[in-house]
Design a protein around this ligand. Structure first.
Ligand SMILES: [Zn+2]
Length: 189
């Protein structure tokens, strides 16, 4: 079997180097004066895990300025419950969904991903939930419009948070964002 890189031993060694210079960060409640609803971050950004789609960079955010969730494609369905959980603690005022051009998720179709599971685990049958959260999409803004629609129809998020949800489309070539509305219309930022 080929060696898995980076090896665990290497990672633990790197961690020792990190820890040698590490400064502890005060805990959540101390930083937020025991009141995360008042003093916590109120904007949650959801973006793709692609290295070109890092909100810290393309929105020039400072550390802990916003809450950030990154997943494959920056999709809403896999993290809807997490948004509700974070909202309980921080009272989120705005949800920003960011999808981007040339996304790796566009290289595999949902059908291919589901077929791959069927092949590797033929005994598995419960495909409904998996399909719902499968993040694949084509290289266009349709999936973002679809996600905005899913937020709108979400039965458990606060209604005023749903109203404050914004969709952004990131062009990884230019680094520029474009606002996408639930009806599919666009606005260059
Ligand atoms: Zn991506």
């Amino acid at each position: 079997m080929t060696q898995i890189r980076p090896a665990i031993e290497d990672l633990l060694e790197r961690n020792k180097q990190y820890a040698a210079a590490h400064q502890p960060i005060p805990n959540l409640m101390t930083r937020m004066k025991n009141n995360p609803k008042e003093y916590g971050p109120h904007v949650l950004v959801v973006s793709c895990l692609d290295s070109r789609a890092n909100p810290m960079e393309f929105l020039k955010l400072s550390v802990r300025e916003c809450l950030i969730i990154r997943n494959v494609g920056g999709r809403f369905s896999p993290i809807a419950e997490q948004v509700a959980a974070l909202d309980t603690l921080f009272h989120i005022s705005r949800l920003i969904l960011v999808h981007h051009t040339n996304c790796g998720a566009s290289h595999v179709t949902k059908q291919q991903a589901l077929e791959s599971i069927r092949e590797k685990r033929p005994e598995f049958t419960d495909f409904k939930a998996v399909e719902e959260k499968m993040p694949m999409f084509e290289d266009n803004q349709k999936a973002l419009v679809e996600d905005l629609e899913k937020v709108k129809n979400c039965g458990f998020l606060r209604k005023d948070l749903i109203e404050q949800t914004v969709g952004l489309w990131l062009d990884v070539e230019t680094g520029l964002l474009e606002r996408i509305y639930p009806n599919g219309s666009t606005f260059k930022m």
